[in-house]
Design a protein around this ligand. Structure first.
Ligand SMILES: CSC[C@H]1O[C@H](OP(=O)(O)O)[C@H](O)[C@@H]1O
Ligand code: ADE
Length: 290
């Protein structure tokens, strides 16, 4: 059931995509359970797009409770080849200000409680993850932001996103540790998604919307949810514009992506003798290699 080549996962404060027409709410079932909410399929300027609210449309799921595997598998089932995550993040650098946009190119994993692979149960795969986002897709997102000349928004191409477990925000000692590592931004959601998207051979990139200076900055209050939401609401119109421009550019010129063949050299198990239940469960990922 190929329905949409472009998928959007909306994070905190981004629960819908305003410009979609001919909307269908799809309750997708996957071998990994149900996604966070219905997937909204809609049309933007003749391009079919699949939108999913990561925490649910009423924001009912903690980062640690997110059904990451179901979310990414649902996108795969709908035919998604390019996936953009719009996410709220804290800044770990002075020159990355609230309301700025970052398109990160690296991640540091500080999660403790996430399942970040489709594999196991008799089939072993190790994807390459040195470059965890698709550079070509990230360029399209960056170019889309740059083309809009948004007032008061500085674009940062590249940067390292620390993915922490949460739900509590960091301590000052942790925040300063991440700063000493040279990290740029911090959030709680994008790393498991990036890994699973890579396993699913979907190109993935993040549009990170800066909402706060976390808790390290001596001249700014420590991050609170009110701060995150207030800044995201200020940024929401811009974020919608960026997503629309990105979809427009992707529809016109879908870039090649190494992610689209990520499993080619990643599967160690001989699939002809692998357990048939696991092959059945993962058939969407494995079909082209069987
Ligand atoms: C509401 S502040 C913390 C929350 O916001 C970010 O969510 P998302 O990445 O889905 O935009 C952060 O990762 C936390 O989950
Ligand atoms: N400071 C922060 N830490 C973790 N996740 C966030 N999301 C938005 N701001 C954040």
């Amino acid at each position: 059931m190929a329905e949409a080549r472009i998928g959007i996962i909306g994070g905190s404060g981004l629960y819908k995509m305003d410009a979609l027409k001919d909307i269908e709410e799809v309750q997708v079932q996957t071998p990994f359970g149900s996604p966070s909410d219905v997937v909204i399929l809609g049309t933007f300027e003749e391009t079919r797009v699949a939108f999913l609210a990561r925490h649910g449309r009423n924001h009912t799921l903690l980062p640690s409770e997110l059904p990451f595997r179901a979310n990414i598998y649902a996108m795969k089932q709908l035919g998604v080849e390019y996936l953009i995550s719009a996410s709220a993040v804290g800044s770990l650098k002075e020159d990355v200000k609230p309301l700025d946009m970052v398109v990160p190119d690296q991640f540091i994993d500080r999660t403790k409680n996430r399942v970040s692979t489709f594999f196991g149960e008799g089939i072993v795969a190790h994807i390459a993850f040195g470059d965890p986002v698709c550079g070509n897709l990230a360029s399209v997102v960056g170019d889309a932001i740059a083309s809009l000349n948004l007032p008061d928004v500085t674009l940062h191409r590249g940067g390292t996103y620390v993915c922490m477990e949460g739900p509590a925000f960091s301590t000052k000692a942790e925040s300063n540790l991440y700063r000493s590592w040279g990290a740029t931004i911090i959030g709680m959601t994008n790393l498991p998604e990036a890994k699973l998207a890579r396993e699913a051979e979907i190109a993935y990139a993040t549009l990170a919307l800066v909402t706060d200076y976390d808790c390290w900055h001596p001249e700014h209050d420590s991050v609170t949810v009110d701060m995150v939401i207030a800044n995201l609401q200020r940024n929401a119109i811009n974020a919608q514009k960026v997503i629309q421009e990105t979809v427009r550019r992707l529809a016109k010129n879908p870039p090649p992506s190494d992610a689209h063949s990520a499993l080619k050299h990643a599967i160690l198990t001989r699939l002809d003798v692998a357990p048939s239940e696991t092959k059945e469960k993962l058939k969407l990922l494995l079909n082209k290699y069987l």
